[in-house]
Design a protein around this ligand. Structure first.
Ligand code: SAM
Length: 262
């Protein structure tokens, strides 16, 4: 049974973890505790549960595409809850160019939906002032800033990523985030939210985020992104890090990774 006190990670078993996260899932879905966007909170919860099972105490949550910062601030709300409840270190990074969408490269960027300059952040210092101590806003083209984040995170594991860059061209450049040669920078099954998959009539498999995912899966033998509709979280995907020692049978998790939806 969940209490308001900090959970004791060291006594968790697979069974008690499944029961506890089921309860956390219900709390998020019912809105009983405000953790911001439910799809962020639930996706991050899957990252936190997996980190605990693996024995990791430092994870990182990243939002690619921040605009005015509503999503980033809500992700911070979720991270705050899990930091307090489990006592694990969660850092949050938001990556954005600050001046809104760049120029459209071609039809794959959906020019029928978006125009250069849309979602301009304005002065980044205004958003920076609202962020908690464990969050950081990094300004620049995502093609470069994802490399900066991969350097910055040290021995923490990437535990959740939200991809909301709208364009094919921007998302394509940002995918370097998922292909670092060191598989131990990631959870073995990293939860990823892709915002623009199929909710609008012109979105399709040959443009935008969906095309980038298909190409990424073709280009990488040991990194594969798939959608998990069974988990009942809008746009929930997993990046399978198949070269991770835990997925190669070279190491065992502290608690088995046979985990369900919640
Ligand atoms: C739809 S908005 C993000 C909204 C935000 N996730 C939310 O839910 O509140 C898309 C953002 O992606 C950013 N973006 C698109 N391409 C980019 C690039 N190549 N480098 C950096 N930022 C980029 C834009 O600046 C814009 O703010």
């Amino acid at each position: 049974m969940m209490t308001t006190e900090r959970a004791n990670i060291s006594t968790l078993t697979r069974e008690s973890s499944i029961a506890l996260f089921k309860e956390i899932g219900q709390i998020i879905r019912s809105g009983q505790v405000n953790m911001g966007r439910q799809h962020y909170a639930l996706s991050l919860a899957h990252g936190v549960q997996q980190a605990i099972h693996c024995g990791y105490d430092k994870i990182v949550a990243i939002e690619l595409g921040v605009a005015a910062g509503n999503g980033l601030l809500e992700l911070c709300q979720s991270a705050h809850f899990f930091r307090e409840y489990f006592g694990i270190d969660i850092k949050v990074y938001g990556l954005d160019g600050a001046s809104g969408l760049p120029e459209v490269a071609d039809y794959r960027d959906h020019p029928e939906l978006w125009t250069a300059g849309d979602y301009n952040m304005g002065d980044p210092s205004i958003l920076r002032k609202k962020l908690p101590h464990f969050a950081e806003l990094i300004i620049g083209d995502v093609g470069e800033t994802v490399v900066e984040v991969l350097d910055k995170i040290g021995d923490a594991k990437i535990g959740f990523v939200s991809v909301d860059l709208d364009y094919y061209s921007s998302t394509k450049r940002a995918m370097r985030l998922f292909s670092d040669p060191n598989p131990e920078k990631y959870l073995p099954a990293l939860p990823v939210y892709f915002d623009d998959m199929d909710s609008l009539i012109t979105l399709n498999e040959w443009c935008g985020e969906a095309a980038v995912i298909n190409e990424f899966n073709t280009e990488h033998q040991y990194r594969k992104i798939d959608r998990k509709p069974y988990f009942n979280i809008p746009h929930f995907h997993v990046c399978h890090v198949l070269d991770h020692p835990l997925r190669q049978g070279l190491a065992k998790p502290r608690i088995p990774l046979s985990l369900y939806d919640f």
